[in-house]
Design a protein around this ligand. Structure first.
Ligand code: ATP
Ligand code: MG
Length: 138
């Protein structure tokens, strides 16, 4: 069993898609072991996406991620990081396979509905960024 960190992004919470996305997560054998709906501050969003701070789309990304509530989650399952990356589909929904969350729900390369950690190491860092131990009850 391993864990990954997920965000249901503003484009999805605004369109009332939290339940639809959670259904796909649960159907793919990932268990939502922690979850909360929060509004990211600018500082939180900049810290979370610090690896992208030199990219041309950084400011736009921070605007978007702070534009409406997000749902942050801890997901658990076998090979959770890779399983969830597969379920999410490609960053650009135009390239995302049929059946993936981004194929079904994403609007474009920025408003792409979900985030998922890209390694076990980053999953741990990202989970610790948003959750303390008491909030993860299994
Ligand atoms: P995430 O990290 O959110 O799970 P990802 O790993 O598929 O997505 P990254 O390359 O890490 O993609 O980009 C982080 C986020 O920045 C993307 O999910 C998207 O919201 C936004 N983004 C990425 N590339 C672009 C771009 N070319 N134009 C606008 N926004 C972008
Ligand atoms: Mg990424």
């Amino acid at each position: 069993m391993s864990r990954t960190f997920s965000i249901i992004k503003p484009d999805a919470t605004k369109r009332n898609l939290t339940g639809s996305i959670n259904k796909k997560i649960e159907e793919s054998n990932l268990k939502i072991i922690a979850q909360k709906r929060i509004k990211l501050s600018k500082d939180q969003a900049q810290g979370f996406y610090a690896v992208h701070k030199e990219k041309s789309f950084f400011n736009e990304l921070i605007e978007y991620m702070t534009s409406a509530p997000v749902v942050v989650q801890v997901l658990e399952g076998e090979n959770a990081v890779n399983l969830y990356r597969e379920l999410m589909g490609s960053t650009n929904p135009k390239d995302a396979k049929v059946g993936t969350i981004r194929n079904e729900f994403a609007i474009d390369i920025q408003e792409n509905s979900v985030h998922g950690s890209d390694s076990d190491e980053n999953a741990k860092i990202e989970i610790d960024y948003f959750f303390n131990n008491e909030e993860i009850v299994g």
